[in-house]
Design a protein around this ligand. Structure first.
Ligand code: COS
Length: 385
């Protein structure tokens, strides 16, 4: 299939693929084993200008959009989801600034983000606020020219490695979702420290930790949008970023599929390569169909987002759900094709399958995505009456 990428998009794909194959594949097992953040690979990605892909040119970026971001994420994910998560979480953390930042905030933060000098993290989730994003308990209380933040954010990707944090906190708890506000918090601000570093099943090259705010004073200039807009900042950010999670599902599926085909061509049983058996052929054909369908959906939704369309909530959730369910299914079936070998750490597919699971969970579980999709459908149908 040809997705009619431009010359520039093909260059981005080749560059990301080269980094994935030359820098990520050789070390992915070790990074996973040691649960080590890929600092050196992040530097290579920065040198290749890939952190600036989606940042406007006036702030030092390449001024590209969702298509280019998905291309880079797909290629990195084909090699290692831990690495691609560290990269893609940076986009998640940056979207609040891109979408709601003032000129001053953009001038202050985006050039370093685009250059890859500073990583970004997004802080929404808490111990009691996962799917129920409006249930956050971290507070931000106005005090003169500052806000004082108190609370703990949980499971934050790039936590402790990032220099810049976009944080959702309650400025008026009584108002529920409408009482949340979004802030930019810099690493090193007094009262901001890091808590527990998580030990995970997969994506172990990506760091996940708590952010602890203990009377952390944040200047009022660091609020994103207006007071009370925090929930909308979070939702619109997730609308933009979920397509990237879909691209991760697509990439890991492609990576696992290639391993399974390679294996099936050389593994001899009953005196024949197992790819000559119809049971295996049908599994491989199904994987190929599923990957192509996921790719078609990802890039058509990415183009829709880049067209400037306003209503992206539903397509973005659809692409995330479909492609990450495919990511889980294909990695599971690729491992099945490889049998006992697939289950061993000698091959990368057991890691791919462990890694893929998170995609159905983070940035909104696939059950929440289905709620979001159906809520949009209900609205569309009521408009049709
Ligand atoms: N864009 C703009 N506005 C949105 C929106 C979106 N995508 N989604 C919701 N809103 C608005 C609603 O229109 C509503 O506005 P009003 O108060 O003016 O009516 C407000 O936000 C509250 O929306 P809603 O009532 O739907 O909120 P709920 O508390 O029911 O929660 C879900 C909605 C479940 C969809 C939300 O909490 C969610 O996305 N949860 C998953 C969070 C997540 O992805 N967590 C992962 C961690 S971040 S890596």
């Amino acid at each position: 299939m040809d997705y009619f990428f431009t010359e520039e998009q093909l260059m981005i794909r080749d560059l990301a693929r080269q980094i994935a194959e030359e820098r990520v594949v050789p070390v992915r097992a070790e990074l996973d084993e040691k649960e080590e953040f890929p600092k050196d690979i992040m530097k290579v990605i920065a040198q290749a200008d890939l952190f600036g892909l989606f940042v406007p040119e006036q702030y030092g970026g390449l001024g590209k959009g969702a298509v280019e971001l998905c291309i880079a994420v797909e290629e990195l994910s084909r090699a290692c989801l831990g690495v691609s998560t560290s990269y893609a979480a940076n986009a998640l953390g940056t979207f609040p600034i891109l979408l709601f930042g003032t000129d001053a905030q953009k001038n202050n933060y985006l050039p370093d983000i685009a250059a890859g000098k500073k990583l970004v993290a997004f802080g929404l989730t808490e111990a009691n606020a996962g799917s129920d994003a409006a249930g956050i308990q971290t507070t931000a209380v106005k005090d003169g020219d500052d806000y004082i933040l108190n609370g703990t954010k949980q499971w934050i990707t790039n936590g402790s490695e990032a220099e810049i944090y976009t944080i959702i906190a309650m400025t008026d708890r009584a108002k529920g979702a409408r009482g949340a506000s979004a802030f930019i918090v810099d690493k090193g601000m007094p009262g901001f420290t890091f808590g527990k570093k998580e030990k995970k099943m997969g994506i172990r090259a990506s760091v996940t930790c708590e952010l602890v705010f203990d009377n952390c004073r944040v200047p009022k200039e660091n609020i994103l949008g207006k007071e009370g807009m925090g929930f909308i900042v979070a939702m619109k950010t997730l609308d933009q970023s979920r397509i990237g999670v879909g691209a991760q599902g697509l990439g890991v599926a492609q990576g696992a599929f290639e391993e399974a085909v390679k294996f099936a061509k050389t593994r001899i049983q009953f005196e024949k390569p197992i790819i000559s058996f119809q049971a295996i052929q049908h599994m491989i054909a199904d994987m190929a169909i599923e990957i192509e369908a996921a790719r078609a959906l990802i890039y058509s939704v990415a183009r829709f987002i880049d067209s400037g369309a306003k209503e992206i909530t539903k397509p973005s959730a659809m692409a995330k759900t479909f492609a990450t369910d495919i990511g889980m299914k294909v990695t599971t079936n690729a491992l099945q094709v490889m049998g006992g070998s697939g289950y061993m750490r000698d091959y990368p597919v057991e890691k791919m399958m462990r890694d893929a699971k998170i995609l159905q969970i983070y940035e909104g579980t696939n059950q929440i995505q289905r709620n979001v999709i159906c809520q949009s459908l209900i609205k569309e149908f009521s408009r049709m009456k």
